[in-house]
Design a protein around this ligand. Structure first.
Ligand code: PLP
Length: 379
């Protein structure tokens, strides 16, 4: 997008010429509590004035505080927390732990899944734009999302230590894991001695109206490992892995120079404090429903998918031009996906109804002005 942000507040970005843009992309699902949230700014400033960084060779009580708070808010008090700096690192750590714990290097991943760009996460991603052959890559088998029998057959024929899945595929175009499939995966993992890794890097931290998106249907039956990043730090680079206590690591197996530093912990604590004190998750759920209820009659819309504020609008035409015109004519930022026909909406969890209404009316206007169906998409 040809936009140069200079400042931002709430759901709005101001560029270097003073133009204001409504941000429904959140810098790729990262902005959770809103740009420059006052509590977030104050907490980071205060921390920076005290101490900005020291490595994990000293005691950092913020890490314990953070682990306790994430455990309490997410309902995973008995899980252990490893802190790193990004989503791909969280998935690398998860895959490594699964291999260590099970002694099996095979991994099952899913068509159109995305887990990151470093060797292990990349190998588990089904995205030709980011993958190259990697000597260190785990032995990955791809299955169709929601195809229980395919997963079962891979497990019967290979040594599989982990299944990694996004409960709502983000970059893949907002494709959802079904309740039955999730429970099927848990059962299969138990039968075959594999670990279930839920990649909540994009969908986690309240984006879908629950703290983790699989909690919409997990009914207390939980995965073995949960990875998170994006919304966790509201823009501060941080990632994390929640690890079932049955999975023991050895000292030094997971580690990071920057992971869990004072600034990162303060950023995540600020996010969690705002989530705790306000009704952001409820807002995500309600605004999400509002979008679902108000886009059904859009011209050319095939399907609306997603949950809360992780929404994909699939049209019967490639959305490239529509996205560009939303920016140019209405100053609204939205996201794309690897499915060219899907417009992705990933706003701050604090977005207001009046703001989302601006988007819906802009979409209606653009769709009534022009037949995007006739656009020739050249890639
Ligand atoms: N997992 C999912 C589901 C993602 O959407 C992404 C990034 O978009 C990643 C992992 C990788 O995260 P990062 O870019 O922080 O490495």
């Amino acid at each position: 997008m040809d936009v140069e942000p200079e400042s931002a507040e709430g759901s709005w970005i101001t560029d270097t010429s003073g133009n204001k843009y409504l941000d429904l992309y959140g810098g790729h699902a990262v902005i959770s509590i809103g740009h420059s949230h006052p509590h977030y700014v104050q907490r980071l400033n205060t921390q920076l004035e005290k101490i900005g960084f020291y490595s994990n060779s000293v005691q950092n009580p913020l890490q314990k505080k953070l682990a306790e708070k994430i455990g309490k808010i997410s309902g995973f008090q008995d899980f252990n927390l490893f802190l790193c700096n990004s989503g791909t690192e969280a998935n690398e750590a998860a895959l490594k732990l699964a291999s260590y714990h099970t002694g099996k290097q095979g991994v099952i991943s899913f068509s159109q899944g995305f887990h990151g760009r470093t060797a292990g996460s990349m190998s588990a991603s089904d995205n030709s734009c980011i993958t190259v052959p990697s000597p260190e890559s785990p032995n990955v088998h791809f299955a169709e999302l929601n195809n229980f029998h395919q997963v079962e057959s891979i497990l019967q024929n290979h040594e599989i230590g982990a299944i990694i899945v996004e409960s709502i595929q983000g970059i893949g175009g907002i494709n959802m894991v079904s309740r039955d499939f999730y429970h099927g995966l848990l059962w299969l993992c138990q039968q075959h001695g594999a670990l279930l890794i839920m990649d909540e890097v994009q969908a986690g931290f309240g984006r879908t109206g629950k703290f983790f998106s699989f909690q919409h249907y997990s009914e207390g039956l939980n995965p073995d490992i949960i990875t998170m990043a994006k919304g966790m730090g509201n823009g501060f680079p941080v990632g994390g892995v929640l690890i079932h206590p049955k999975i023991q690591s050895m000292y030094g197996l997971l580690g990071s120079t920057f992971g869990g530093n004072y600034m990162a912990c303060s950023a995540v604590l600020a996010v969690l404090e705002v989530i705790e004190k306000t009704s952001l998750l409820k807002n995500a759920e309600e605004i999400g429903e509002f979008v679902f209820n108000h886009v059904a009659d859009l011209k050319g819309l095939i399907e609306v998918r997603g949950k809360g504020l992780m929404i994909g609008l699939e049209f019967d035409f490639p959305v490239k031009d529509l996205r560009a015109e939303l920016v140019k004519k209405h100053r609204i930022l939205t996201g794309s996906s690897s499915n060219p026909n899907v417009l992705r909406i990933l706003p701050s969890l604090a977005i207001r109804k009046e703001e989302i209404e601006l988007f819906i009316s802009a979409l209606k206007k653009l769709l009534s002005e022009k037949k995007y169906h006739e656009t020739v998409y050249l890639g």
